[in-house]
Write a protein that binds this ligand. Sequence first.
Ligand code: 5GP
Length: 210
Amino acid sequence: MNTKGILVVVSGFSGVGKGTLMKRLTEKYGQYALSISATTRSPREGEVDGREYFFKTQEEFEEMIREDRLIEYASYCGNYYGTPREYVEDQIAQGRDVILEIEAQGAYKVKKRYPDTLLLFVMPPDARTLVDRLSGRGTESEDVIQSRLHRALEESLMAEKYEYMVINDDLDQGVEKIHSLIEAQRDKIKLNVEFVQQIRMELKELLKGE
Ligand code: 5GP
């Protein structure tokens, strides 16, 4: 059977509640490792370097690009964001499922490089809920909120290329939905060809003895 971990990309509009979903998912199920991205954006209040993100200067980030230490990176609302390679590859090799909470440009790059990646898009129940959640967060200025809503409009087009959507209405239901989609990905025949071959060999052996 496939013993490597599954790589999962979770995207969704800013303010849709991906962070809360991921927090609950990883608390509930021990098999998931959440990748921590590098970014050039400034920390928000309460954010800690090495916990939410690795906060980098533009120069440091560009050095990571040059040294090929990122599996993907993208520019989002004026800042760089990227996924450090080493952690992801180590965890997958050890059989843990790795979740990347990244935006769509990065998601496509990851899918191209690792075609067995599962692409999930978290949707709000409706657009008004998204606006309310963004304003209610209280951490962003009106300008930033507007820029994120414009970005959401663009991302709604990019979402059409994802494999599954998860509507974030009820938190626990959303968590269960994501967990079951990942479990289903693990059982894909494509990821278990060796197991099928093994059964075929066993059948041949059994038939020889007849
Ligand atoms: P925020 O500034 O709200 O934390 O994140 C802004 C956007 O950047 C979100 O859509 C988030 O998913 C995305 N993001 C976070 N880390 C990465 C990353 O490593 N790569 C890419 N491509 N996007 C990221």
